[in-house]
Design a protein around this ligand. Structure first.
Ligand code: SF4
Length: 418
């Protein structure tokens, strides 16, 4: 989009993620002939709220195109999860050298309590939407504060797709991302959702979701509901799926495994175009689930085969994620996960190392018991052992993870699973 000469420019940037070779799944981008999976939602929410009569907006996702360091914006806005916080720091330093103010928000600056030295002019703690225009007003007056804190969990706002799509080229991404809800009622000890988004499920008005989908569906039919748990509020989920049933889309989202025991919900999800559900199985072992406080799985753990059958019988495919590195995990756990994946014919499996994310109970436990062995945030890619595991070394855990990937994605295994 061309800049308007009389207005000042805000440069919104998504910093580069530190993908490691075993989970970048670049082959799937090649199959789809796309450059990325989906555009993170934090920045579109702010673009949506920015007054275009006052500001030129320029957007770069560093994962698919280079940052324009020749641009002279009046403000740079970054969002950062822990794993790409270091990328955000590098970008901020370059713009600050040119005396351009840089604001950073997102889950890392919101939840990492030990953030001391950093190059940002301002950080935003909590959700940015509520205070975005206050921040812009402060910037216009030259009075940016070093810290903005928003501890409210406000209702989700409608997104003006026509406006946001003028700045973000979604044709380069496999999915168009939408968020219908925020929050999850569960309390898994490794998950930062409840700290950032809360345990109560907040939702968007369904009509506004339909409006957004109708705007994009002529060019983009693959929708990713970037919800923490699409069935966090089952009544709302039913209404949403019911409303989506008339639309010409395919959708994917994250859900807790108990969706498999909700016949009506599953039926409506399938009718509304649900193609894939991303489910956190975490472990086939009860002891690990207990350590993770994954209560929703514990109550259905002996019914895992039923979960696969019920969901697949509705024509919905399962993407499954697992965690290795629990205190109950031994060298035998690698083989146990491989066997589980093969036995249940899981083609799309993601296996991660237990990662103590800032803001979680797990993080507090690891810090207070002096088990953290790494403080390089760029290693927060779910593939590094950040702490000393109980029953193996960190190096064994990392190499064991590589061997799991080699096994589950080799051609023989893929053949056996299909
Ligand atoms: S069910 Fe998923 S989103 Fe909810 S708390 Fe557990 S890991 Fe987080």
């Amino acid at each position: 989009m061309k800049s308007h000469p009389e207005k000042e420019t805000i440069y919104f940037i998504v910093p580069r993620f530190p993908y490691r070779f075993i989970t970048d799944f670049k082959f799937s981008l090649k199959i789809y002939n796309m450059k990325g999976y989906s555009f993170p939602l934090a920045l579109p929410s702010l673009i949506n709220l920015t007054d275009e009569t006052r500001w030129n907006l320029v957007v770069t996702d560093e994962n698919i195109s280079p940052i324009d360091y020749h641009l002279q914006p009046s403000l740079v806005v970054l969002t950062a999860m822990t794993c790409f916080f270091d990328s955000a720091v590098k970008i901020a330093k370059k713009f600050r050298q040119k005396n351009i103010p840089v604001i950073c928000g997102g889950i890392h600056v919101s939840l990492y309590k030990n953030l001391k030295e950093h190059p940002f002019s301002s950080i935003v703690i909590g959700e940015g939407e509520d205070i975005w225009n206050e921040i812009l007003d402060d910037h216009s007056k030259g009075l940016l504060k070093p810290v903005y804190t928003n501890d409210r969990h406000s209702p989700l706002l409608a997104i003006n797709a026509e406006k946001v799509n003028r700045y973000i080229d979604y044709s380069q991404y496999i999915f168009y991302s939408i968020q219908a809800t925020r929050g999850c009622p569960f309390d898994c000890n490794f998950c930062a959702v409840k700290e950032f988004n809360g345990r109560e499920t907040r939702h968007r008005d369904i009509e506004s979701i339909l409006d957004e989908i109708r705007h994009v569906q002529k060019t983009k039919k693959e929708i990713f509901f970037v919800d923490d748990n699409i069935i966090g509020d089952k009544k709302y989920a039913k209404d949403l799926f019911h409303a989506l049933a008339g639309e010409d889309i395919f959708w994917t989202s994250q859900s807790s495994v108990n969706i498999a025991f909700e016949k009506d919900l599953l039926h409506l999800a399938a009718q509304s175009g649900c193609e894939y559900l991303f489910l956190g199985f975490e472990s086939p072992q009860k002891e690990s689930l207990t350590l993770l406080n994954k209560q929703v799985n514990l109550s259905g753990q002996d019914r895992y085969p039923e979960i696969f059958h019920n969901i697949r019988s509705h024509g919905i495919e399962i993407m499954a994620s697992f965690i290795l590195g629990n205190d109950s995990d031994t060298r035998e756990s690698f083989k146990r996960i491989i066997d589980f994946i093969e036995k249940n014919h899981i083609v799309f499996a993601m296996v991660n190392i237990l990662t103590p994310l800032p803001g979680t109970k797990l993080f507090e436990t690891m810090v207070s018991s002096s088990r953290m062995i790494d403080d390089d945030f760029s290693h927060y890619d779910l593939q590094h052992a950040f702490f000393a595991p109980a029953k193996m070394s960190a190096a064994e855990l990392e190499s064991g993870l590589c061997s799991v990937y080699q096994e589950i994605y080799n051609l023989n295994s893929l053949y056996r699973k299909t």
